[in-house]
Design a protein around this ligand. Sequence first.
Ligand code: SF4
Length: 239
Amino acid sequence: MKICGLQKTTLIDYPGHVACTVFTAGCNFRCPWCYSKELVLPELIAEQQEIPEEKILEFLQEKQELLEGVVICGGEPTLHPDLPEFCKKIKNLGFEIKLDTNGSNPKMLKELIDQKLIDYVAMDIKLPKERYATLFANRGIRADDIEESIKILKNSPVDFEFRTTCAPTIHTPDDFEMMAKWIGQDIPGRSPKYFLQNFRPGRNIDPEFEDLRPFDDEFFVAVLAKIKPFVSDSHLRDL
Ligand code: SF4
């Protein structure tokens, strides 16, 4: 695992848990609105100080009484072939694990679920299925893999949520309706929870996003009304 960050306590990243967050480096996507570019762009990753896995495990051992869960996020954690081994070590210390993923590696997602190595999954839905190929055309991202991950989660025993970061100039109200239909109705399985979260301008991968204004409240009221018929458990998440 290449780990480049540790947030020692979080009360908001793992629903119902006092947790810490481990940040893995490297991502196969390049979402233009991404505000974690130091965990995505190889030239910025190279400037990060790596935290040895043993240090994370030592920290967790010390915090066994205080923390209940560990959030593993990125970048994209499932790019690391040794993620299952890392999860095993964390589970052996008695923690529950939440995985944040972009859903591009259904094979590893299934392995983690089948081996009972994760307890909660937050999966990003970036775009309607038809648009994945346009935004990530040159990165070899397959919308069928994203769909496979949705299927796996909706038919698994783990708790999960889908979530979309809503980016001006990228997403239209119709996109949200298409995404909600995709995750809610088109794919059989359990009803999902679906969270929309507003875009944050800052140090985004595409500098053009740094000056964009996030969507306003009226936009979300209208979008939630459009998507609730497909996913009734849809919400705007404050960050
Ligand atoms: S938003 Fe997530 S999936 Fe997209 S580039 Fe950033 S870390 Fe990768």
